[in-house]
Design a protein around this ligand. Structure first.
Ligand code: AMP
Ligand code: ZN
Length: 117
């Protein structure tokens, strides 16, 4: 069920502390940790503690939690000293989503091309 921890979800396991991660920011509703395969000098994932399959599903089910994720992403970028940064929500396998627990990538610390690939 949406919002409930999923036994087979990697990011639910990180929220629970069952899989280690380098946490950089936490709130009552969000957790942020460094991506294991960084694509930029700063590459942090911000996730809701509750399980939702993607960003739009999160926003539909819990708009406050979606806002909390965005606010946390901004706080992470500020803490990293990023003057400019990019937030990415890959949604669907065809767009590169590999973990189906909503998350935003916070990318910074290098030139960021536009449009992205
Ligand atoms: P996406 O491809 O948008 O679903 O993003 C999933 C991200 O999770 C990828 O950038 C992976 O590198 C990252 N990732 C996978 N496993 C871990 C892990 N154990 N700890 C931190 N990041 C991870
Ligand atoms: Zn999950």
């Amino acid at each position: 069920m949406a919002g409930e921890p999923q036994a087979d979800c990697l990011f639910c396991k990180i929220v629970a502390g069952d899989v280690p991660a380098t946490l950089v920011h936490e709130t009552a509703t969000t957790v942020a940790f460094r991506d294991i395969n960084p694509q930029a000098p700063t590459h942090v994932l911000v996730i809701p503690r509750a399980h939702h399959r993607d960003a739009a599903s999160l926003a539909a089910a819990d708009p406050q939690a979606a806002a909390d994720v965005l606010r946390a992403a901004g706080e992470v970028a500020a803490a990293e000293g990023a003057e400019a940064y990019r937030l990415v929500f890959n949604t669907g396998a065809g767009a590169g989503q590999t973990v189906f627990h909503a998350h935003v990538h916070v990318l910074a610390g290098r030139g960021l091309e536009w449009p992205p690939g």
